[in-house]
Design a protein around this ligand. Sequence first.
Ligand code: MG
Length: 163
Amino acid sequence: MSGRELRIGEGWDVHRLVEGRRLLLGGVDIPFERGELGHSDGDALLHAITDALLGAAALGDIGSHFPPSDARWKDADSLALLAEAAALVSACGWRIVNLDCTVCIERPRLRPHVDAIRERVSDALGIEADRVSVKAKTYEGLGPVGSGEAVEARAVVLIDRTR
Ligand code: MG
């Protein structure tokens, strides 16, 4: 292999959907009658991306950096957590090549929000929006996502050694 050192990371998250909470995905507030239950703001997509990023650099996971037992992270802005994780990864000598994400949710339709999500995530990471892919799927009515009880998010990220 040449001198280039690449690493890949994977992240996954699931949150229960309940009334009286905001539906936040990728830092975008999506109008819907239910939102994510969680200690933080519950943004499942940002949590999956944060885990993928930390995982790629072998820097632990979101729970070890921002433990739910710590009152500092109650209702935390997940964009700020992601930006903090990105700064840590960057300080360790890595830059993001790209990320690819999938959000699994039965309703509402996410397609109209995908570009806003890509912009928000790329801003938090300090990279171009064309390095961020976001896709939406349903579970075809199957399981807790299919019944509308939960939202699931997955992310993979590729990072490149800068020094
Ligand atoms: Mg989470």
